[in-house]
Design a protein around this ligand. Structure first.
Ligand code: NAD
Length: 264
């Protein structure tokens, strides 16, 4: 099918099920004519991801746990053998011990701090190192962030610290890879009920708060994220790099909702 992703192929990492942000991006990329390969974290998730991939006519699926560099190397080696080059990569991966996604940030353990930073931050740099070798004519790398990187969100804790580091990685990678015409961006998505989000304390309250207080007076969907993702991966965004693009129904621009102002 013709579309803004026609003639482009790439890897989408982070589909766990049909509620995943990565799945929203995959659907939009496929709709716009792009060719996709998926990675999944382990056998248990393969059962979920394979039928989804097949529904988009995707045959290439690779197992990759981002804490295991050998599995990452094997995946990129396989991609190189099968496709030679790629045009885009989506990194929609994050993890932290859910026991530390409630209560206070001050209680974060060293072990979970390092694990969270490894899976949620360093892995983007690790995949970038490998992906650029398959992008001789340039390309587009995309990761997913959240407003908890910028402001304190209750219970988001160490994940907020990780997202700040991830957003800063986006900027440094954009500078490093710009001369090779590889663009690096992030979508800062509003809260969406997914498997990963279910680990965050009081997530339903966060959803309600965003719905009531954002300019669009609603929460975003994986389709909203998918549309913006397809744009950032496509040549329509050829001049955009190092960008943290909010897809959050406008929530991030609000200082205080007018209706909430007391009479003074
Ligand atoms: P999800 O649970 O559907 O996806 C998370 C993915 O991370 C899963 O596919 C999981 O397999 C993968 N993952 C975790 N550890 C991994 C590892 N060691 N190796 C390989 N893969 C691993 O949830 P989601 O909400 O779609 O999350 C995708 C991204 O979007 C995350 O970075 C998340 O922080 C971000 N995000 C989510 C929201 C939200 O509200 N859901 C908002 C903003 C940003």
């Amino acid at each position: 099918m013709a579309g803004i992703m026609s003639g482009k192929r790439g890897l989408i990492m982070g589909v766990a099920n049909d509620r995943s942000l990565a799945w929203g991006i995959a659907k939009a990329v496929a709709d716009q004519g792009g060719e996709i390969a998926f990675s999944f974290q382990g056998e248990a998730l393969e059962k979920r991801v394979r039928p989804l991939a097949e529904s988009l006519g995707v045959a290439r699926l690779y197992e990759c746990d981002v804490t295991d560099m050998a599995s990452m190397d094997a995946m990129f080696e396989a991609l190189k053998t099968e496709w030679g080059t790629i045009d885009f990569l989506v990194h929609a991966i994050g993890f932290s011990d859910k026991n530390e996604l409630r209560g206070m940030y001050v209680d974060t353990s060293l072990e979970n701090f390092l694990l969270t930073m490894n899976v949620s931050v360093y892995s983007f740099t690790a995949v970038a190192q490998r992906a650029i070798k398959l992008m001789p004519n340039g390309g587009s790398l995309l990761t997913l962030s959240y407003y908890g990187a910028e402001k304190v969100i209750p219970h988001y804790n160490v994940m907020g610290v990780a997202k700040s580091a991830l957003e800063t990685s986006v900027k440094y990678l954009a500078m490093d890879l710009g001369p090779q015409n590889v663009r690096v961006n992030a979508i800062s998505a509003g809260p969406i009920k997914t498997l990963a989000a279910s680990g965050i304390g009081d997530f339903r309250y966060i959803l309600k708060w965003n719905e009531y207080n954002s300019p669009l007076r609603r929460n975003v969907t994986i389709e909203d994220v998918g549309g913006a993702g397809a744009y950032l991966l496509s040549d329509l965004a050829s001049g955009v790099t190092g960008e943290i693009h909010h897809v959050d129904a406008g929530y991030n621009v609000i200082g205080m909702k007018a209706e909430d102002a007391p009479d003074i």
